[in-house]
Structures are given as C-alpha cells and as structure tokens.
Ligand binder design. Structure first.
Ligand code: ATP
Length: 295
C-alpha cells in the first residue's frame, strides 16, 4: 500500500515556530518523494474540518502528524478517537509535554525519519466527561495556574518559565480545600488539598514531572495528591517536582487506580492537556488502548 501522510500545522503554537519547522520538513519530504498533504491552520475549527473531511472521504491515511503543542494534540486526538488513524507530533508548542513523555524530540529531521518507518502502537487515554486527555488532568492549584498562564500574553515568550512565574502569583492567594475522592469504588477524604493530578503520561505544565511512574500502556491512572502542607513546604515540593522527586515526600500521596471521582465543597478548576475543562465535580477513568500512535 502506498503511504500517505497528512500534516496539520498550527500557525499559532510556539510563537509561530511551527511554520518555519514545516518549511524545513516539507523540503525533506520532497527530497524523499514522500506523498503528503498539509494544512496550516489559524483556528482549531479549521483543523477539525480538515480531519473531518479526510475521514468522510475514507482516505487511506498512513498518519496524521501535528506541528503544534499540547493544545493542538488535544483537539486532534479528540477527533481521532474511535478511528484507527495513527497520530504523531513534531513538537513546536511552548510546553510539549506529550512529546516529552513519549521521547519525541525537537530534532525534526530525526523524528521524520522515525515516522516514515510506519511503526504503530495503541495507547491508553484518560476519559473525562465527553472529552479525552492524553497527558494529565490537573485539579485545584495546578489548574488555577494553567488558567492564569493561558491568559498571560507573555506565556509564549517564557515557555516553561511562564508556569513557574504564575505558580508564585497564584500561591499568594490560593486556599487549599477538603476533597472527597472515590478511588475505584473506595471513598477517601483528604483535607487541605492543594492539587490532584491524574496522569496518563508523566509531565504537564512545560516539564513538571508530576506523576513520574505514569505509563500510557499500563491500563492505570497515576494519581498525585498534594495536601496538608503549609505554603513554604508546598514550595519545597514544587522545587522537587521537575525531577519527579516529590512522590515520597511528606504531604504527597501517589496512587494507581482505574477510575476516580473528585468532589469538593468549593468548585475547583479542572484542566486536561493544559486546556480548561470546567470545574469539579468531575470523574476520570482510563480508556485502555484507545488511541493509535506512530512510534
Ligand atoms: N489546528 C489548530 N489550529 C489553530 N489553533 C489550534 C488548533 N488546535 C488547537 N488550537 C488552539 O491553539 C492554542 C495553542 O496551541 P498549542 O497549545 O498547541 O500551542 P502552545 O500553547 O504553544 O503549546 P503548549 O500547549 O504545548 O504549551 C490552543 O489553546 C488550542 O486551543
């Protein structure tokens, strides 16, 4: 069968880097006589329309490859779930946590070589309401930080550092809350909870290794709960979280389950793949081998 690749380039991700990278990739594809089509999008609706069209035409699709960040991937994945179309990304966003966890580098020459070998596998996803998430669902302090960081005009210019600066800003006013978790079928109450991260891959927030043991092919959700700590100790934990060294520290619970329901007295922000999903109550479960990815 002839291979045919479809590239979706999000012009808005990573300070416009995606279009520059695309130009280089296009030259490589031409040199190698690879069959491809490309769309450069300004909005997520344009991207979705492109994919809808491909799926309706029932094309032979060897792979859809995004040039963008986690927000772009989130949209494409939510459209491709339920199909057997393989997906991959050349990371050109500001956070790129999905690519980081899957070992996809910014060396696009090397990554294109790998993609053209056409190896695939199925991975798990997180199911949250009627959406799906590839990386991490964040609830509480971290979601508030993501919300603030997304509003910041300067986010794109600081990359991962934008989250760090926003963390300090949110820390000044944020109040931890009491939360009831239903873990599989077991109820547990946690007091003074700062955040709950529910992970399919290890990273969020531009390189924060919140759930270092998360694997997207183990049929499990990895859950990190940070609670019952004064602010200064939270800062200490956050200083260790980039290397994933926080999990054994006091005030951190790390669990693995298949499903979780989160109820809180006050509504808390919820994000998935860094995109705002709404507020608690919320439930998340693992959807095993639900998504086809290129290796
Ligand atoms: N196909 C698309 N074209 C244009 N914009 C899109 C598309 N898909 C999603 N978006 C929106 O573009 C925004 C930015 O994209 P994305 O998140 O990929 O880049 P980023 O913010 O630079 O990277 P990251 O999320 O890794 O930090 C997202 O909030 C998303 O909603």
């Amino acid at each position: 069968m002839k291979l045919m690749y479809y590239f979706l380039v999000n012009r808005t991700s990573g300070k416009g880097r995606s279009v520059k990278v695309w130009n280089e990739i296009e030259a490589i594809l031409k040199e190698k006589n690879v069959e491809y089509q490309v769309i450069i999008t300004e909005t997520k609706d344009e991207g979705l329309a492109f994919i809808n069209n491909l799926l309706t035409l029932n094309q032979d699709i060897s792979g859809i490859i995004a040039l963008g960040g986690d927000g772009t991937i989130h949209e494409i994945m939510n459209r491709l779930i339920g199909t057997n179309v393989p997906f991959s990304v050349i990371p050109t966003g500001s956070g790129n946590d999905y690519a980081r966890a899957r070992g996809i580098s910014k060396d696009y020459v090397k990554e294109i070589e790998k993609l053209l070998q056409n190896d695939k596998k199925k991975i798990d996803l997180l199911e949250i309401g009627d959406r799906h998430c590839m990386t991490v669902v964040g609830i509480g302090f971290d979601a508030k930080v993501a919300d603030e960081a997304n509003k910041m005009k300067w986010k794109k210019w600081f990359g991962g550092l934008a989250y760090l600066m926003t963390i300090l800003k949110v820390l000044i006013t944020y109040k931890p809350s009491s939360i009831k978790l239903t873990l599989n079928n077991e109820e547990r109450v946690f007091e003074k909870v700062w955040l709950i991260a529910i992970a399919n891959h290890a990273y969020y927030g531009g390189g924060i290794k919140i759930c270092p043991n998360a694997l997207s092919d183990d049929g499990k959700l990895d859950i990190c709960i940070i609670h019952s700590l004064p602010k200064w100790r939270l800062l200490f934990i956050l200083a260790n979280v980039f290397k994933g060294k926080h999990v054994t520290m006091k005030g951190v619970d790390y669990l693995q389950v298949e499903s979780i329901q989160v109820d809180s007295d006050d509504p808390l922000f919820v994000t998935a793949d860094g995109e705002m999903m709404g507020q608690t109550p919320t439930s998340v479960s693992v959807k095993k081998e639900a998504f086809h990815v290129m290796l």
